[in-house]
Design a protein around this ligand. Structure first.
Ligand code: ATP
Length: 234
């Protein structure tokens, strides 16, 4: 088991945002967490990256307890997050944004990884010298994913990669996620777009007001009547 979240609880002041969350992600798996606005998805990711106080429970990564580990330590262990809203460095070139993703490493390996990213995302190669801020929303999302991959993460955390994108671009982003999964990258995907996420995912969790209310294989959740009504508009 690569990631093991056990009985996790988190508060904002006196407001409980997460209640007894248990989630696992195996090596090589694509696991989706779906839920409506305000369900607690972002809070859970913040707990995973170490920037959100945890009031109970534990997080283990590759067998080690990281519940109280610093964000830097988690990055060094191989947990990379692609934040919601992309957050690329607009004035910097596409290539410099990518190099930033590899700041913990140096030398030849970085050049190899740049090449790998340009193969995976040809549009980033075409635009490598342009300021990242000139890219379209979908391209910025690709850049944010590629930047995270530059750190050669063992676990990639994706926070709502489809947010704010036109349907065609959403499809493109999910194609990328699928191909990463095919390459063996372990992915924890947090999405409001339940249909797209559960279609790709090996397994999924449904979060409602801070609690996991259902978990199953992706296709089984897609076929579930309650999920269809509440999340797929069917
Ligand atoms: P979204 O898709 O809108 O990001 P989400 O599922 O990620 O939603 P969270 O942002 O994790 O949900 O929020 C979970 C709960 O915690 C919500 O009830 C929200 O109002 C509350 N919350 C989030 N941030 C804060 C904060 N800084 N202070 C107080 N309450 C907060």
């Amino acid at each position: 088991m690569l990631l093991e979240i056990c009985g996790l609880t988190s508060h904002y002041g006196r407001i409980q945002a997460l209640d007894d969350i248990s989630v696992t992600v195996e090596q090589g798996e694509l696991v989706a967490l779906v839920g409506a606005n305000g369900a607690g998805k972002t809070t859970l990711l913040r707990c995973l990256s170490g920037v959100q106080p945890i009031s109970g429970g534990s997080i283990r990564f590759d067998g080690a307890d990281i519940t109280r580990a610093s964000p830097e330590k988690r990055v060094a262990l191989g947990i990379a997050q692609v934040p919601e809203g992309r957050q690329v460095f607009g004035p910097m070139s596409v290539e410099d944004n990518l190099r930033l993703g590899a700041y913990l490493r140096q030398g030849r390996q970085v050049a190899d990884d740049l090449e790998r990213m340009y193969t995976l995302f040809p549009v980033l190669f075409k635009k490598r010298e342009l300021p990242a801020g000139t890219l379209s929303g979908g391209q910025q999302q690709m850049l944010a994913i590629a930047r995270a991959l530059m750190s050669r993460p063992r676990l990639l955390l994706l926070d709502e990669p489809s947010m704010g994108l036109a349907p065609l671009l959403v499809a493109e982003i999910f194609d990328v996620v699928q191909s990463l999964r095919g390459d063996g990258v372990t992915i924890f995907l947090v999405e409001q777009n339940a249909h797209a996420a559960l279609t790709l995912a090996d397994r999924g969790y449904v979060l409602e007001t801070g609690s996991v209310v259902m978990t199953d294989q992706g296709h089984a959740l897609l076929a579930d009547e309650r999920i269809k009504q509440a999340y797929l508009g069917l």
